[in-house]
Design a protein around this ligand. Structure first.
Ligand SMILES: Nc1nc2c(c(=O)[nH]1)N[C@H]1C(S)=C(S)[C@@H](COP(=O)(O)OP(=O)(O)OC[C@H]3O[C@@H](n4cnc5c(N)ncnc54)[C@H](O)[C@@H]3O)O[C@H]1N2
Ligand code: MOO
Length: 419
């Protein structure tokens, strides 16, 4: 069979590689569902996942109010001309109930104060001359000027947030603005992380010949925490299936997801699938049309989902972003699609071997025409950390593409959103 002449998608199938979406679905299929929920003080809710839809209890703003410090007046639906003279008959600081005004008068008013009945516009204090208990308009006042209308932001009953929303400062503010001191959130997903490989030494110890430091476990722990999980450090285990199985079982007793890194490939030194079975679990070895991140083991042990990620550092990161997000999504009960990234054109041409969808470290550079574009870093090395650190995100190169010319549009996944 002439493999070189085949289109990359066919080639991928011939090599027994599955697509990323299918890999995500398989990984997610081993995840349980029905996370417990808890009610927490709102101030503790940032980073957590909302457990139920939230609808508006009341309009926001709850009453018509002033957007400026100034004077509330009645225009009768017509512009009040510059030079108009109005008597100041009342004073309404924010938080006090306003006294009604009548035509020809106005009320001293402050930002956020409720609008007096009879008023339909507010003039900024900079735009009037104060003359005793009168003001003179320095410019025309239009009906509706500087008024924030009741309900212009939110109507009662409106859907504000959907269950599954990860809460950040914006959401916390919105929930507080509806008067909730407590919020129902999902229990945190516990993710156990184990590294395996005889060559690995823990940071802080001396490196000997043929050894490297274990960088994946801290990285994966950080990624899982960034995704909102509570991380359980499962430590390092030698390249030995029984020892790995025992550690995996330990973690599976208290975690909803156990992740290992290393030993996911095909050699007699790769033990993650064997360990999964020895731990009483079941699952499968995936070979994915994903670069880096071709091999992965997915499965289940007892009540925990299992993800055996590759050892190459960039592969471990990309596999986590693709498969870990699918498992967390299923555990939370709110599946979400594979992140699609934002479109950005390539600024510097790039050549590569086609066949797998590639997530390549890339930085945003200024193109000769002044626009923003991508420069791909690292030449596909799945063990190289520096390109990752120099990159702003990952550029997604479709499986079939060998030559990425300058000007080609790629999906760009910024690190801020994922890592
Ligand atoms: N004959 C084949 N060999 C390989 C294949 C293949 O299809 N056929 N696939 C390659 C690909 S693609 C990947 S990715 C790797 C996956 O390897 P493993 O998951 O089995 O991982 P290891 O062999 O244990 O390690 C690979 C690499 O990563 C380093 N590593 C491992 N753990 C860590 C860690 N915690 N921190 C830092 N670095 C780590 C390890 O030293 C190796 O260099 O397999 C290819 N081989
Ligand atoms: O895909 Mo491996 O995952 O090439 O490093």
């Amino acid at each position: 069979m002439n493999f070189q002449a085949m289109p990359p998608e066919v080639l991928a199938q011939e090599r027994g590689l599955i697509g990323i979406d299918e890999a995500r679905e398989r990984a997610a299929s081993y995840a349980g569902s029905g996370l417990a929920t808890e009610v927490a003080p709102l101030v503790c809710a940032a980073g957590r996942v909302l457990a139920a839809d939230l609808r508006a209890r009341h309009a926001q703003p709850p009453f018509d109010n002033s957007a400026m410090d100034g004077y509330a007046a009645f225009t009768n639906g017509e512009p009040l001309e510059a030079g108009s003279r109005l008597q100041v008959t009342s004073r309404t600081p924010a938080g006090s109930v306003a006294t009604p005004i009548s035509p020809g008068t106005c009320a001293r008013i402050f930002t956020g104060a409720s609008l007096p009945a009879g008023a339909d516009a507010v003039v900024m204090q900079e735009h009037v001359l104060r003359d005793g208990d009168h003001i003179v308009l320095r410019r025309a006042l239009m009906p509706g000027d500087n008024i924030r209308r009741q309900g212009e932001d939110i109507q009662p009953g409106e859907l504000l947030l959907s269950a599954g929303q990860r809460l950040d400062a914006r959401h916390v503010a919105l929930i507080a603005s509806q008067g909730h001191a407590l919020v129902r959130i999902q229990q945190r997903i516990r993710v156990g992380v184990i590294s395996t490989g005889r060559e690995l030494v823990q940071p802080g110890r001396e490196l000997e010949a043929a050894q490297i430091y274990d960088s994946n476990r801290p990285m994966l722990a950080t990624l899982a925490a960034h995704a909102g999980a509570e991380v359980v450090d499962g430590g390092w285990v030698d390249d030995e299936a029984d020892a790995l199985a025992a550690r995996m079982q330990d973690l599976a007793a208290t975690c909803q997801l156990v992740v290992t890194t290393g030993g996911a490939s095909v050699s007699e030194e790769d033990h993650s699938f064997a360990a999964l079975k020895r731990a009483g679990g079941h699952g499968e070895v995936l070979r994915i049309a994903l670069k880096p991140g071709k091999p992965a083991v997915v499965g289940r042990m007892g009540e925990a989902a299992y993800l055996g990620l590759p050892g190459n550092p960039v592969a471990a990161l990309v596999s986590w972003l693709m498969l870990g997000s699918a498992v967390l999504g299923r555990l939370r009960g709110f599946d979400f699609e594979r992140p699609r990234g934002e479109p950005l054109t390539c600024a510097v041409a790039h050549q590569r071997r086609p066949g797998r969808t590639e997530f390549a470290p890339a930085r945003v550079v200024t193109r000769p025409d002044g626009g923003k574009g991508l420069e791909i870093l690292g030449r596909g090395g799945s063990a190289r950390l520096m390109p990752l650190v120099l990159a702003d995100g990952l550029a997604e190169i479709p499986a079939a593409v060998a030559h990425v010319p300058a000007g080609m549009e790629l999906a760009f996944h910024r690190f801020g959103g994922c890592a």
